[in-house]
Design a protein around this ligand. Structure first.
Ligand code: SAH
Ligand code: SF4
Ligand code: F3S
Length: 450
């Protein structure tokens, strides 16, 4: 009774984690993963609602899937179509109306119910919607076992957000902040390492607000959790994302000083360098507060590489506000960063603000910010040339014999080496810096013992 499951994932790493868990939930029903929707009996689109463009992909992809389903039905078989993730949560009813061929709509906190939902569709036909936030967290109902993760694994430790930045849909699509108990996280991390993971990235929409119940019955912060996880034999690298600048406590900062397996890289979104805009965004910190946090981190870990997210064209943003953002970029010197044009999202306070910025201004500001970020990224990569890095090898490169991996600072580096090194940590000297990556020198790639 082997059935085939295809999952397409959009959006953030939490969706990547959720997609793997959805496959784990469906495995006992006989579903095995396949690489293309055409070969599948069930397709799940795990969607993202963060910007309009991300959201729109859902409906265009659904259009394509409806044709696959029609063809399948003409051949006497069926295709079950499920929409999961943040668009499902935000626009579930609308999806069912606009796309009558969709069988299941399931929100990010309800996908543990998939076996039941699939059975209901098989039994009675029709469409099912599961987007209520359940009283009990889904984690209590997910299987303890799962498919092998590969050398790099994601582990969700925290979900949801109570910050309500005025531009952001996440508090509505993911619900209130929740932290998993430490024991459950440690058990899952052990399982992932047993199955071959050597790097784990701890995930949460606000991961540094983590306050899960510890074995002592008290709430543990993220720093303490990281120290506990670092004790796991065979776990060689730890990372975490995404953090809020206001939730960096001393314990987490000291973990960056003391825990060798905690990689010297931090993604710390700031969004804007203008205090006026930060206030309108309800970010709850100023540019100076952010710079202070950067100083605290660099005091304990001078080589820490920083990354960030920026939004340009937030309602009311002026030329002077953009200058303030560019100024912050110069002061911090990010190793990399993402920047986005503001996208008005239905239901968020900023969408109702009157001074929306024109598309032309957004494009121009994004270009300037991009340029500044690129310049710093290139400078950071140039400083790496000639240095030796421990590189976790991820996959083959585009050219024959080439491998691609990541330095502790999350820089991509490519170099020549045998395929058997994939999933291992090797020592590589950076030979040349390109804009977003490094080229390494092949002859000196050698495996680094644990
Ligand atoms: N929890 C994280 C990020 C969540 S979303 C945080 O607190 O920063 C990832 C990024 O998408 C955000 O950092 C922000 O830069 C961007 N983003 C969120 N909503 C957006 C919107 N309406 N328009 C444009 N970018 C947005
Ligand atoms: Fe969205 Fe702000 Fe929460 Fe990040 S902190 S998920 S940007 S509301
Ligand atoms: Fe997108 Fe939801 Fe993640 S909106 S960014 S998939 S939390």
């Amino acid at each position: 009774m082997a059935k085939k499951l295809f999952v397409r994932t959009y959006g953030c790493q939490m969706n990547v984690y959720d997609s793997a868990r959805m496959a784990d939930v469906l495995a006992p029903l006989g579903y095995a993963p396949v690489e293309a929707p055409e070969a599948a009996d069930m397709v799940i689109l795990n969607t993202c609602h963060i910007r309009e463009k991300a959201s729109e992909k859902t409906f265009s992809e659904l259009g394509r899937l409806s044709l696959v389903k029609e063809e399948r039905r003409a051949g006497g078989r069926d295709l079950t179509i499920a929409v999961a993730g943040c668009v499902a949560q935000a626009e579930g009813g609308e999806i069912l109306r606009r796309a009558p061929y969709v069988d299941i709509v399931v929100g990010p906190q309800s996908y543990h119910q998939l076996p039941e939902l699939v059975a209901r569709v098989a039994r009675a036909g029709g469409q099912v919607l599961a987007t209520d936030f359940p009283a009990e967290p889904k984690f209590d109902h997910l299987p303890e076992d799962g498919a092998a993760p590969g050398p790099q694994a994601f582990l969700s430790v925290q979900e949801g957000c109570d910050k309500f930045c005025t531009f952001c849909v996440v508090p509505y699509t993911r619900g209130a902040e929740y932290s998993r108990p430490v024991a459950a996280i440690v058990a899952e991390a052990r399982r992932l390492v047993r199955q071959g993971a050597i790097e784990i990235t701890l995930l949460g929409q606000n991961v540094n607000a983590f306050h899960g119940e510890g074995p002592d019955g008290r709430a543990w912060g993220l720093g303490r959790l990281i120290r506990r996880l670092a004790e796991i034999d065979g776990l060689r690298r730890l990372r975490y994302t995404t953090s809020h600048p206001s939730d960096l406590d001393d314990e987490l900062i000291s973990a960056h000083r003391d825990v060798d397996t905690l990689m010297p890289f931090l993604h710390l979104p700031v969004q804007s360098g203008s205090d006026r805009i930060l206030a309108a965004m309800n970010r709850r910190h100023t540019a100076a507060d952010y710079l202070r946090q950067v100083d605290r981190l660099r005091a304990v870990r001078p080589d820490l590489a920083l990354s960030s997210d920026f939004i340009v064209g937030f309602p009311g943003e002026t030329e002077a506000d953009l200058e303030a953002t560019l100024d912050l970029v110069e002061r911090v010197g990010f190793a990399q960063a993402y920047s986005f044009k503001y996208s008005a999202r239905p239901g968020t306070p900023a969408a109702l603000m009157t001074e929306q910025v024109s598309e032309g201004d957004k494009t121009e500001r994004l270009r300037r910010l991009h340029q500044a970020i690129k310049r710093h990224q290139l400078a950071f990569n140039r400083r790496s040339v000639g240095q030796r890095f421990e590189v976790l090898v991820e996959r083959p490169g585009r050219k024959p014999g080439q491998l691609i991996g990541r330095t502790p600072y999350l820089q991509a580096i490519h170099f020549d080496g045998p395929r058997r090194l994939i999933g291992r940590i090797v020592s590589v000297v950076a030979g040349a810096a390109h804009g977003i990556s490094l080229a390494g020198q092949a002859a000196i790639a050698e495996e680094v013992a644990a």
